[in-house]
Design a protein around this ligand. Structure first.
Ligand code: PRX
Length: 654
């Protein structure tokens, strides 16, 4: 258990501050009576069926849930199409000319796509994909910055039933290649570059490097984003300009494929406890039901709202709450391409003022950075359009929660802290803003239809007031169905620890009133600025460097990022270079292997690592050293002197 953090959580459990919804908010909210929790509990299948009726189905389902651990099927026999639900059904209504996407580029350029515009572009893209031989079931990788073409490409894939795998533009060529190979991608969509803090991220160059080891890819479509078209080399036969191919497709309409409810919608890679990222596979019907429901009820997005989720679509938050949830609801979703501090630290607030944003969904790590920058930046702008704020990705400390509510929300709007994961696809533990009394720092309660619990080592439920492992006891519609190509790992990792129930990998506590307080990961996964990175992944990246013999990676507390990466490494005997030079080289090496998000904050070169007699590295002791704690139990160490020598080296460097 994350017992090193329980001290602070105990003080959290005594949090006295409470925030109830205003009468006005309550009156207008989609859900405003606690009876909804009882309704869902009384008859979960009936509840989910009711939620599913909000979508358009080509053919109805004949069974809500078929559950044979760990294989779930939702809305069995039902037929639908995600792109139809996000587009076609809206263009038949008054929403035809409503903005679906309001996009702002980092340099300040702007594009607004109505539902009709988006429908047209998606059709052209779907026709293009078909022309290049992409069939139902084929995988397409999308490696783009935050531009509208990313959404167009995703929905085009969904239209023809080709599962997409979006790879975050910050990942390195190696990481991209691993993902493309794992899902045997046929076609890649990328751009000549992406803007980030005024610089160009060389996406196409990265794709060229990645594809050296990806024989399955036959075609690359390249969006011209940074206008240096003449400068990116194009491989004749393989690479094609997106705009030319889209023009070719003219006004073609591609009938949305009639897909089974369980047809794969996408694969999204995330880090686990081994060196190899896992591709979580999400399917169509249940996923749309879950993301649409929570967009409507937790984010409370209404037709009159302008909604902005600041996540990158390379992560699950963007999939569920920029694209599929809001668009199936017919909402107006804002997308911003660049960094929050470009050209200045008020960029987010300028965007909110400019588009009169009503609902904002962002991450605690961003909020902590805004706090550090100071309230003068939001003060420069009129933020009075905001009526709801949300957070996701990591535990939010009460000070950040209260700052967010006060300085961004004018001390008048609800703040919903939403707990969920790539695996869950949808929000799971979160307030209903028209009902729930909020406590700063708590994700509050499991949503209607969701059954969570906190259990001990043996799977026994822990009474209110205690802490343990966070589990989910009943399947839910948006859950991932498997790990792509590795169903055994899906079972082992999530369903075997506590047989038949889902283990989240998180630790949590519940206070006397049943509010959930998430502690963070209890496995070998770090959460760096809201991004998941496995310690094993980092360690394999480090040992792939010629000079490194062994490596052990731990997370250390970080004021803004929540956690930072600290690596302890031992060197090969023949390595004699100065440590300072080597440390820089190793940081660069990890960045090249995985991406900038994985760059270690600190690297300590030590003579040995603390190990048990059975040669297991004792990370807990390294964590104790890094956090300056009194060392825990060292009796199982093979050589107790090792710890003293590491401690000395660590203290010297600090
Ligand atoms: O540790 C939890 C943390 O993020 C993990 C899931 O990461 P990922 O799959 O990348 O998805 C992030 C966005 C949904 C969880 O296991 N986490 C996510 N949201 C919260 C959180 N921790 C505390 N509070 C949250 N609201």
């Amino acid at each position: 258990m994350a017992d090193d953090r329980t001290g602070s959580i105990d003080t959290l459990l005594h949090e006295e501050r409470r925030y109830s919804p205003s009468q006005e908010f309550k009156a207008a909210a989609r859900w405003n009576s606690p009876a909804i929790y009882e309704r869902a509990q009384r008859d979960p299948d009936g509840f989910w069926a009711e939620m599913a009726k909000e979508l358009d189905w080509f053919e109805p389902w004949n069974k809500v849930l078929d559950w044979d651990v760990p294989k779930a099927q939702w809305f069995v026999g039902g037929k639908l199409n995600a792109s139809y639900n996000c587009l076609d059904r809206h263009v038949k209504t008054w929403r035809k000319n409503k903005a679906a996407i309001i996009w702002e580029g980092e340099p300040g350029d702007e594009r607004i796509l109505t539902y009709q515009d988006l429908h047209r572009e998606v059709n052209r893209c779907a026709a293009t994909l078909q022309r290049f031989g992409v069939h139902q079931g084929d995988r397409v990788a999308i490696y783009l910055g935050m531009i509208p073409e990313l959404v167009i490409a995703m929905l085009a894939c969904a239209r023809i039933g080709a599962p997409h795998t979006v790879v975050f533009g910050g990942f390195s060529p190696d990481a991209l290649s691993d993902r493309i190979q794992d899902s045997e991608v046929k076609l890649v969509i990328t751009a000549d570059g992406a803007w980030r803090r005024g610089n160009i991220v060389p996406l196409k160059e990265n794709v060229d490097r990645a594809l050296k080891t990806c024989p399955s890819v036959r075609t690359v479509l390249v969006v011209n984003r940074v206008m240096n078209a003449t400068r990116v080399p194009m491989d004749e036969g393989r690479d094609h300009w997106w705009h030319r191919e889209m023009d070719h497709s003219g006004g073609t309409c591609v009938e949305p494929a009639v897909l089974d409810s369980e047809h794969p919608l996408y694969i999204l890679y995330t880090s686990g406890t081994t060196g190899k990222p896992k591709g979580l596979m999400h399917t169509t019907g249940g996923y749309l039901v879950g993301t649409q429901m929570t967009s409507a009820t937790v984010l409370d997005i209404k037709d009159t709202d302008t909604y902005w989720c600041t996540a990158d679509i390379g992560w699950v938050t963007g999939h569920s709450y920029i694209v599929y949830g809001p668009l199936s609801l017919g909402a107006t979703s804002v997308m911003y391409e660049g960094a929050p501090d470009h050209p200045d630290k008020d960029r987010f607030w300028a965007i909110i003022e400019k588009y009169k944003i009503n609902v904002l969904y962002t991450a605690p790590t961003a909020i902590r950075a805004f706090m550090r920058w100071g309230s003068e930046f939001p003060l420069r702008h009129d933020l009075s359009s905001l009526r709801l704020l949300g957070t996701v990705g990591e535990p939010i400390n009460p000070e950040a929660w209260v700052w967010y509510r006060k300085h961004i929300g004018g001390d008048r709007v609800p703040v919903v802290d939403t707990w969920w994961q790539t695996e869950t696809g949808m929000m799971m533990i979160a307030p209903l803003p028209g009902i729930t009394e909020l406590k700063p720092g708590s994700a509050t309660f499991p949503l209607p239809g969701i059954e969570a619990d906190i259990v001990d080592d043996r799977g026994n439920s822990i009474p209110l007031g205690g802490g343990g492992y966070l589990v989910l006891k009943r399947p839910w519609p948006a859950m991932a169905r498997t790990i792509w190509g590795d169903p055994d790992r899906w079972k082992r990792q999530y369903w075997d620890r506590f047989p038949g129930i889902y283990f989240t990998g998180d630790g949590a506590k519940r206070d006397k009133e049943g509010y959930y307080w998430i502690l963070g990961r209890v496995d070998d996964v770090l959460n760096i600025a809201g991004h998941r990175i496995g310690t094993m992944e980092l360690e394999s990246a480090l040992v792939s460097h010629d000079s490194v013999a062994e490596a052990a990676v731990i997370g250390i507390p970080h004021e803004i990022k929540g956690q930072a990466i600290a690596a302890f490494v031992t060197l090969r005997a023949d390595e004699t270079r100065p440590h300072k030079e080597l440390i820089e080289e190793l940081k660069k090496h990890v960045t090249e292997r995985i991406g900038a998000i994985a760059r270690p904050d600190k690297i300590f070169i030590t003579a040995e690592l603390p190990k048990t007699r059975s040669a297991k590295i004792m990370r807990r002791l390294l964590r104790d050293i890094a956090e300056g704690h009194i060392l825990g139990d060292t009796t199982t160490l093979a050589d107790p002197n090792v710890i003293q020598s590491i401690k000395l080296q660590y203290e010297e460097r600090e």
